[in-house]
Design a protein around this ligand. Structure first.
Ligand code: E4P
Length: 249
């Protein structure tokens, strides 16, 4: 293990930390292709990106896929994942190039299959950003990182759905990537509720992508609602008392 360099300016010490000690805040992405939801999330000022997939695009009805991705990219100043639907190397590369042309924010989503690994490597060499999707095991995540994926998307909720441990997978990937200082960002996906977000943050995932509703649910607490109600009632009483005092004076 390397240690931080230490410099002395005579009065204080400045610790210059190496990259592995640097820490950035967890990023929040919304997992939707709904433009109104993306706008509303973006207006909150905490949105770092968007993930889409073919099912989410289908939910938008009769839209042109590429035009729709462009519209999303114009709303959010961050990475926007758009997925290829080919399953062979040449097809994935062709779609990846088309998606990459749409907007500078586009990150090409590639499925975690054999030709996908090949495509991740080739796209990395071309400098095209990628999000490796449909990850359900630590060894899949290891392969994706070795192939140069920019993001790996472990699907927490779908693992929990089959009575397995989605969060355990995130924890293992965090450890494996730390062991070898991989640059690939861990994007906790298929998030279903705030506890998933909390535990992904505790495990050290770089990004959480969630439905818009889950982003709003992060705000929910009955004591906040009750506390605010009491503050507002007391404020009203205070104002009325002041008014009455002024009337008497
Ligand atoms: C991530 O990029 C996927 O689009 C998404 O999180 C899948 O979530 P789901 O399991 O709720 O469909």
């Amino acid at each position: 293990m390397d240690f931080p360099q230490v410099f002395s300016d005579g009065e204080s010490y400045i610790f210059v930390l190496f990259d592995q000690f640097a820490c950035t805040a967890m990023q929040f992405f919304v997992d939707t292709a709904d433009l109104d939801e993306i706008r509303e999330a973006n207006d909150m000022g905490v949105l770092d990106g968007v993930t889409t997939n073919p099912s989410l695009v289908k939910d938008e009805g009769n839209v042109d896929f590429h035009e729709h991705v462009f519209k999303i990219c114009e709303i959010v100043d961050g990475d926007v994942s758009a997925e290829v639907t080919a399953t062979d190397f040449d097809g994935m590369m062709e779609e990846a190039h088309q998606l990459h042309q749409i907007h500078g924010n586009v990150v090409v989503k590639i499925p975690l299959i054999k030709d996908g690994i090949k495509a991740l490597r080739a796209l990395d060499e071309e400098g095209i950003e990628t999000n490796c999707t449909l990850c359900f095991s630590p060894t899949q995540a290891l392969l994706a990182a070795k192939a140069g994926a920019d993001y790996i998307s472990p699907f927490l909720g779908r693992i929990d759905d089959i009575s397995s441990d989605g969060m355990g997978l995130i924890e293992e990937i965090v450890q494996i990537y730390d062991n070898y200082a991989f640059d690939t960002d861990i994007l906790a996906a298929s998030i279903r509720h705030p506890t998933h977000v909390k535990r992904a943050a505790l495990a050290g995932a770089d990004v959480a992508t969630m439905p818009f509703e889950t982003l709003l649910n992060l705000l929910d607490h009955p004591l906040t609602d009750r506390g605010l109600e009491r503050f507002l009632d007391d404020w009203q009483d205070y104002k009325e008392a002041r008014k009455a005092e002024a009337g008497l004076a």
